[in-house]
Design a protein around this ligand. Structure first.
Ligand code: MG
Length: 390
């Protein structure tokens, strides 16, 4: 272990990786033809390496947050002490405020922040959840995210087969992608409900803000009428529509979730203050990293709002999310409080399956929280080389 005061960030390397999909798929906002990731590798002068990731949305070019890191953030943290995580978070945030605050700038900050936590864990020889104050849970139930469209509409039958496949693979929680027209959505949901009949599954829905308030409400009412008992209704309207969120939350019994397209404690403050959501879904790779997620979770705790992170990145972001989710305090504490669940995307993604030498696996319906130092991951550099575009 080096001298605490002298350890320095020596190098920041950005890896942009991309993999074309064999079969493009749609969510309500468009067709996804490739999966990409912006990874960051930070090296210290005493030989430690930390990994981080900027979340790359389905339609987002990964080069944007790479440029943010290369041209703006790198110079702010080079030669700094990597253990000064909170100080460096605010340094990066304050120095980019006038052109940042949301979107890819915060994703760049997130990538660096995750890598700094990885370094800190390796330096102190502790898993990140330990540095965050300890694990409230040592295993997390994953839920299957999938149900993307390959034609666009009229896929109710294929999607109900997919639901059965997830169930056979050990999932009893699933999130259905909707937002392809209210009629089509309802057809899909009824078909899935029929297929999963008596299987005791919990469902969530996600329209990726496909609708305005009227249609979003119609969908919510119909699903309540047919007793889907959804655990949550995700991104019913666009993230800017604070009033719409609050209105829907008032009208519907179904818990409203959102936040994958919101950023930092400042952004989430409005969602909480105006009563928009029951469940906050910061993405570790775009909300401000582990530090940003921690800020948001404390704020959420003060409003009695559950935090259930959004995860759609590579195995690096998944690992960071597992540590963060392990460290989340219960909301509304009781003996049998509802526990956060781990988003576990089931689409084709080599950066989830191949990127780590020790890939994340499900065991008896749960993902275990591992106790190795830092993120506890070993990145396979060959995979980075194979998919690297710059
Ligand atoms: Mg979503």
């Amino acid at each position: 272990m080096g001298d605490l005061m002298s350890i320095k960030i020596k190098d920041i390397i950005v890896h942009v990786i991309k993999s074309e999909l064999d079969i493009p798929f749609a969510f309500s906002q468009g067709w996804v033809k490739k999966r990409s990731a912006t990874l960051v590798e930070i090296k210290t002068d005493d030989g430690l390496t930390g990994w981080g990731e900027a979340f790359c949305q389905g339609l987002e070019p990964p080069q944007i947050s790479a440029a943010v890191i290369e041209s703006s953030l790198k110079e702010l943290i080079i030669n700094e002490n990597p253990l000064d995580i909170e100080r460096l978070w605010f340094k990066m945030y304050n120095q980019t405020r006038d052109f940042g605050r949301k979107g890819s700038i915060i994703s760049g900050i997130s990538a660096i922040d995750i890598a700094l936590w990885d370094i800190a864990g390796k330096y102190y020889k502790k898993p990140i959840y330990q540095l965050l104050g300890g694990a409230f849970r040592n295993k997390i139930k994953p839920y299957a995210t999938g149900f993307y469209r390959i034609n666009g509409k009229d896929e109710a039958e294929r999607l109900s087969d997919e639901a059965l496949l997830h169930f056979e693979n050990g999932f009893d929680h699933m999130k259905i992608k909707l937002g392809f027209g209210v009629k089509d959505d309802i057809k899909v949901m009824k078909s899935i409900q029929k297929a999963l009949n008596n299987k005791n599954c919990t469902l969530m829905i996600d329209t990726n803000h496909a609708y305005g308030v009227t249609e979003a409400l119609e969908l919510g009412y119909v699903l309540e009428e047919f007793e889907f008992n959804l655990r949550w209704y995700e991104e019913p309207v666009v993230p800017e529509n604070i009033e719409g969120y609050a209105y829907l939350r008032n009208k519907l019994k179904t818990p409203i979730a959102g936040g994958e397209n919101e950023h930092t404690l400042y952004g989430f403050k409005d969602l909480f203050k105006f009563g928009c959501i029951d469940i906050a879904q910061p993405d570790i790779g775009s909300c401000g990293g582990i530090t940003g997620a921690k800020h948001i979770s404390i704020l959420a705790q003060s409003f009695g709002i559950e935090v259930n992170p959004h995860v759609w990145g590579s195995a690096v972001a998944q690992s960071a999310s597992i540590h963060f989710t392990a460290s989340l305090p219960d909301t509304n504490h009781s003996l049998f409080t509802r526990q956060p669940i781990l988003e576990y995307d089931q689409s084709d993604h080599p950066f989830r399956k191949e990127l780590l030498k020790n890939p994340i696996k499900m065991n008896n319906g749960y993902v275990n929280v591992e106790a190795s130092p830092g993120l506890g991951i070993e990145v396979n550099k060959e995979i980075i080389k194979k998919y690297k575009i710059n």
